[in-house]
Write a protein that binds this ligand. Sequence first.
Ligand code: OXT
Ligand code: ADP
Ligand code: MG
Length: 579
Amino acid sequence: MSAQVDGMDPAAGKAEPELTDGFHLVIDALRLNGIKTIYMVPGIPITDLGRYMQAEGLRVLSFRHEQNAGYAAAIAGYLTKRPGVCMTVSAPGFLNGLTALAHATTNCYPMILMSGSSEREIVDLMQGDYEEMDQLAIARPLAKAAFRVLHAEDIGIGIARAIRAAVSGRPGGVYLDLPAKLLGQAIDAAEGERSLVRVIDPAPAQLPAPEAVARALGVLEAAKRPLIILGKGAAYAQADDEIRALVEKSGVPYLPMSMAKGLLPDTHPQSAGAARSLVLQQSDTVMLIGARLNWLLSHGKGKAWGTEPKRFIHIDIEPREMDSNVEIAAPVVGDIGSCVSALVAAMGEDWPAPPSDWTREVREKVTANVERMAPRLQNNNVPMDYHGALGVLRTVINERPDAILVNEGANTLDFARSIIDMHKPRKRLDVGTWGVMGIGMGQAIAAAVETGHPVLAVEGDSAFGFSGMEIETICRYKLPICVVVFNNGGIYRGTDTNPSGGGDVATTVFVAGARYDRMIEAFGGTGYNATSPDELRRAVTEAMDSGRPALVNAVIDPASGTESGRIGNLNPQSVVRKK
Ligand code: OXT
Ligand code: ADP
Ligand code: MG
């Protein structure tokens, strides 16, 4: 769109050229490339950019803190395979968004952090500009790519580069620096239009080499105790039918990483989710699909992986991921859709089933673990424990398989992961590779906005605190989000005491008896206080069915958690003093 309608200059008596400017070129470039939603916090120098975006029909969601807008953009990228865009002001707003940019890069989510910045001439001479900061230099090590645009005629190419960098190959976070002066720069409208770039095929298919496919199948066929591990890269790829075909045709037990839960339903007969330790230890061959052998998989070695040597088949778009932790016997480099299709095609019609003593052993372990857990989920204890409360939420999700579950905390995260079954792909969004607290409200907002489905956000009380102010945002946009705060009065537990025996409360302890439900009432949402599983069931059912913003304060026994949930082993131990 042009910024100025042409008019007559009475003095010169001739028509002025139609002009456009940086503001409108940014908007036109985003729209040309199908970007429809912006997650942001307004302020100098991007306040008007937000207004013009709204005027031009983009959906512009204004947050209370850039970090939450950034987490929203990052997960929007994960859910849609298009870059989620977060827009911030200069220095402090940019820095607030940076954690989310790094998180996107770490988790392989396509995202663009687009920040206004101060004037280059002054910043580079360090003359103390308003919010002076060399943002490009700071963003670069945390992003997959980082660009700055200085001239209006380069906006089209700058945005095209940012989009392609975010989604092609291994997706990641991209930084785009937009100095204030750029936005006001005027150029001829026709020239501006010509400068825009439509990104054709932004994430091109990357086909695996036929010999890599043959090698992988050779390794799989020779396995006595094979295992498939599905990671969130497999969920991101949106190759759901192909992955299901591979799993079912191979007959191999599979283990979903947390955000891959639901890629095949957790109730699938080949799911080994409830026999995790057994399959990691006892398998002899492991096919990784869109999952890295990082800390979440104990780096592919050590006690968790048993004593027998393993052979790994690894499917990933990033060649450098191969051999990152252990030797990969069969690397298959390419996009997951292409790789998995090629494997399925090459398996032919008569692929042999894995040895039945192995699949039976896995199945028996799954059944035993599920049966052992079942009665605990039925308990109606007051105060609630994690099993009683999560047993209720498990039913809520079973009855609403399209709902999206957002989940963070320590115990609240770890128990929910194993208790709440997921039935469809990309329905479970959580803390990701870094185990970061604070993703909750941003992810919930983006999930509701991008998918239109209801969202259940299951939050530890500490976790919720990192983004809790965004419940105002949820109410403002009237989003179908039900937040359940698992209120055990602290980080991990609410029962710790100050080791000095006096003074302040312990570092992990919060105000006892806090009423988080009252917070949402301040903004017109519905608050519930639930002290028993029955009350929790009634509250969450009503909230989910209403489609309106709600927050349930779920009162959990302060003593029922454990330090760091299931990863307490990662806490270093002092040699000087035992707790
Ligand atoms: O096979 P075995 O026998 O081993 O059993 C396994 C499964 O087979 C079985 N299972 C089942 N059984 C029956 N039925 C079913 N359906 C079933 N499914 C599974 O159950 C067990 C366990 O299965 P799982 O979970 O798959 O296996 P496991 O061994 O746990 O898996 C290992 C991991 C590593 C893959 C897994 O544990 C994992 O994914 N962990 C992620 C952990 C994580 O990321 N945690 C978050 C970070 S913790 C900490 O750092 C926190 N902080 C610090 C902080 C952070 N993080 N960020 C920032 C910005 N600042 C500070 C803070 C502040 S947590 C935290 C707040 C905590 O307090 P809250 O109040 O929020 O929360 P509460 O703790 O609730 O109070
Ligand atoms: P999880 O935490 O679930 O184990 P990770 O984030 O560790 O998953 O791994 C995701 C992997 O998926 C990354 O190595 C990334 O390169 C890969 N990946 C992401 N998208 C694709 C894709 N479309 N095709 C192939 N690999 C992909
Ligand atoms: Mg807690």
